[in-house]
Write a protein that binds this ligand. Structure first.
Ligand code: SF4
Length: 503
């Protein structure tokens, strides 16, 4: 789809308008000048005074015309960035409206293209805006549908029940530990995940670096009296290292980190069932780690084969039972909607199998075509369901979880996600993952250790986020982990020594 945009000279409009076009069309090209070959042309008029007033007129090749106008008072702003954001949102408003009318497609998330919609509602709650007004603002300003506003409201309520002090946890931090190895690489994956076989040498040196980081960051936390809210071992698959290596890592955690006994939650991703053994479960138990994730993704064997997950459906089920028998009492399972070759029958089958296991939480992802994945590079090889069917599968997940006592407690969206939907974490009440809430709502600093681990440093007063990423590949990590640790400590020193700082 080629779209000519006229009347908006500022180059900064191009990207947000492109992102919104991507919600409607698989391939789209936007030009802020008249394109000879364009299928559709949209003329804008824009005026910014005390109000931002904008109108859009869409005209297609066969003469259909759709128009939209919008006006909103400009609220005081501190920077040009904030000023432009208000104008951009108004432009997006009319742009989305004419595209919706022209295509007949309603975007349930309205003009939002970001990852964390629930943050918007949290902000309004924190500002003390009454709920009815907050909901109305989400509808008027962003064109979010009632259905999604209701979902956001449920999630915000659940989060504040699970973590009543969510808005005052800036004094503490959470820790993410990235272990970049997996038995094999899945086709949709863009995480730092290296096949573990034949790389034992680099596993050893990687773990050496990780132990160093844990020690140094632990020292800093102890010295400053900063507590840890949650720890999350992800990757990769943190259970792809040996039981002995896991044992040493958790021992390091208990020795180096402050007050581990009072950490609210420690999770270890055991995503690939082929990595789970009785010895490893024993180690988890030994260190009081009882929240793990075992991820079926699908219960259809052909699908697992097609996406490069070299384990069987039976293995998922067996390892789930083994984990249960060995004392794991908070198990999460992930499913993915829209995997290649899957439609409603396959997804309904996955839900029926989940019913036999009843994990404490179920995270339902919608397949996204991430740019660097094998699946995206060879898109024609992987046939996926149409938008309507994907939506129906999502509805099925909502109904099923509701009927089985699960409630939604976090959500996030991704670019190029099928049907412009979302990923939703459901949990039996009081079994929600606190770490997932922390990472989504960005209310406290998360320190990332290990390969590909992203740190997010949050300024308590302004909520300003500083991102910092460790290298993704083990080789670079091994060469530079000391420097990365020092850099993080510098940022932490600065953050925790500011006036009104968390400490
Ligand atoms: S198991 Fe997870 S991290 Fe590993 S390759 Fe598959 S999707 Fe990526």
């Amino acid at each position: 789809m080629r779209i000519s945009i006229l009347g908006l000279e500022d180059e900064r409009f191009k990207r947000p308008l492109q992102l919104i076009a991507n919600l409607f069309f698989e391939e789209s090209q936007i030009s802020c000048a008249k394109m000879e070959e364009s299928e559709v042309q949209i003329n804008f008029t824009l005026e910014v005074k005390e109000n931002v007033s904008v109108s859009a007129k869409l005209q297609d090749k066969i003469g259909n015309v759709f128009k939209s106008n919008y006006q909103k008072e400009m609220v005081p702003f501190d920077s040009e960035k904030e000023r432009f954001k208000q104008i951009k949102n108004a432009v997006a408003h009319v742009y989305l409206t004419v595209l919706q009318e022209w295509t007949g497609i309603t975007q349930k998330w309205g003009i939002l293209t970001g990852i964390r919609p629930t943050k918007l509602l949290h902000r309004k709650v924190q500002e003390g805006i009454p709920l009815a007004l907050a909901h109305q603002q989400l509808k008027d300003d962003y064109l979010i549908t009632d259905e999604k506003i209701e979902l956001m409201q449920h999630i915000v309520e659940r989060q504040l029940t699970a973590v009543p002090d969510l808005y005052s946890l800036q004094k503490e931090v959470s820790i993410y530990i990235g272990i970049p190895f997996c038995p094999t690489k899945c086709a949709y994956c863009t995480f730092p995940a290296y096949a573990i076989n034949g790389r034992q040498g680099s596993v050893d040196s990687f773990l050496g670096g990780l132990h160093y980081e844990m020690r140094k960051i632990g020292e800093w936390l102890k010295e400053k009296g900063v507590r840890i809210t949650t720890v999350y071992f992800g990757g990769g698959t943190p259970t792809s290292i040996t039981a002995g290596e896991m044992d040493m890592l958790y021992e390091e955690m208990y020795t180096s980190f402050p007050d581990v006994k009072h950490i609210r939650e420690i999770t270890v991703e055991a995503g690939r069932p082929d990595t789970i053994t009785p010895e490893k479960l024993d180690v988890l138990k030994k260190w009081n780690i009882d929240r793990i994730s075992i991820n079926p993704q699908s219960y259809t064997q052909e699908t697992l084969k097609a996406i490069g997950r070299h384990h069987t459906v039976d293995e998922t089920i067996d390892k789930y039972h083994l984990a249960r028998e060995m004392g794991m009492n908070n198990i999460n399972m992930d499913l993915i909607i829209g995997l290649p070759g899957e439609g409603i029958p396959e997804f309904a089958h996955s839900l029926a199998e989940t019913e036999k296991l009843m994990p404490e939480s179920l995270t339902v992802h919608t397949l996204s075509f991430k740019r660097a994945s094998e699946m995206t590079k060879n898109k024609e090889k992987y046939k996926v369901a149409e938008r309507d069917e994907v939506e129906k599968m999502m509805e099925l997940a909502q109904e099923w979880t509701n009927e089985h006592g699960y409630v939604p407690y976090y959500l996030y969206r991704q670019k190029n996600i099928l049907g412009n939907l979302e990923n939703v974490g459901y949990a039996v009440p009081n079994q929600e993952s606190i770490y997932n809430i922390m990472i989504m709502e960005e209310q406290q600093t998360i320190i990332g250790l290990g390969c590909g681990a992203a740190s997010k440093f949050i300024e308590p007063d302004t909520g300003k986020i500083t991102h910092f990423a460790n290298p993704k590949d083990p080789k670079t990590y091994n060469d530079s982990f000391k420097a990365y640790t020092e850099d993080k400590i510098k940022i932490l020193d600065e953050l925790f020594s500011k006036k009104g700082s968390p400490a």
